[in-house]
Ligand binder design. Structure first.
Ligand SMILES: [Fe+2]
Length: 193
């Protein structure tokens, strides 16, 4: 789509969807899928669970912080550094979307730490990549931290997102149809304004 005559909101979505065409999105996210495949699988899982539009958008965009930080910071930070992609992504998305989109994004790492602190089976089933990043992100939450997490707005949505996130790592062909989500994203933009 040409962006020269498009309304501002549509241009914003062009910018956003273009991130999934950057080299970073084609890089391997886990042992089995690329960043773009992971995002698409996560959104599809949210849709299948009949999540609302804001949560589907959060699922699609939850790791956008990785796409924003990989290229810019990997040369500047040593390997194994936590780049706080959840905070970077939520802040970036906050210029366009309301908190029902950004909050689950901001909390999806904390949700993993919460689930590890409350459910031993959850931790045992994490992918090796998630186990590695968990250590960088602070490890399982303590009981006190879990209590505090449950008082955060949007924590339940963050748990839902986290569970799709963990499943969205299935090898095999994934149709990368990001345009499918354009109307949903545009609709959420209009609610922000
Ligand atoms: Fe993810």
């Amino acid at each position: 789509m040409s962006t020269s005559t498009a309304p501002g909101g549509v241009r914003d979505i062009d910018l956003l969807l273009a991130l999934f065409e950057r080299p970073a999105a084609q890089r391997v996210y886990t042992e089995s899928v690329t960043q773009a495949e992971h995002a698409m699988q996560c959104a599809r899982l949210a849709e299948a669970a009949h999540a609302d539009d804001a949560l589907i958008a959060a699922a699609l965009l939850h790791d956008i912080g990785h796409l924003l930080t990989i290229e810019e910071t990997e040369m500047a930070t040593p390997p194994g550094t936590d780049r706080h992609h959840e905070a970077v992504g939520a802040a970036y998305l906050g210029r366009w979307f309301h908190s029902e989109v950004t909050r689950p994004v901001a909390l999806h790492v904390a949700a993993k730490r919460y689930l590890c602190g409350t459910d031993a089976r959850y931790g045992a089933n994490l992918s090796p990549a998630s186990v590695h990043s968990l250590q960088l992100q602070g490890g399982p939450m303590s009981r006190q931290q879990c209590n505090a997490f449950r008082s955060a707005r949007g924590w339940v949505s963050a748990i839902e997102l986290r569970c799709w996130d963990d499943k969205a790592k299935r090898p095999g062909a994934t149709t990368l149809d990001f345009e499918r989500y354009r109307p949903l994203l545009v609709g959420l933009l209009s609610r922000r304004r």
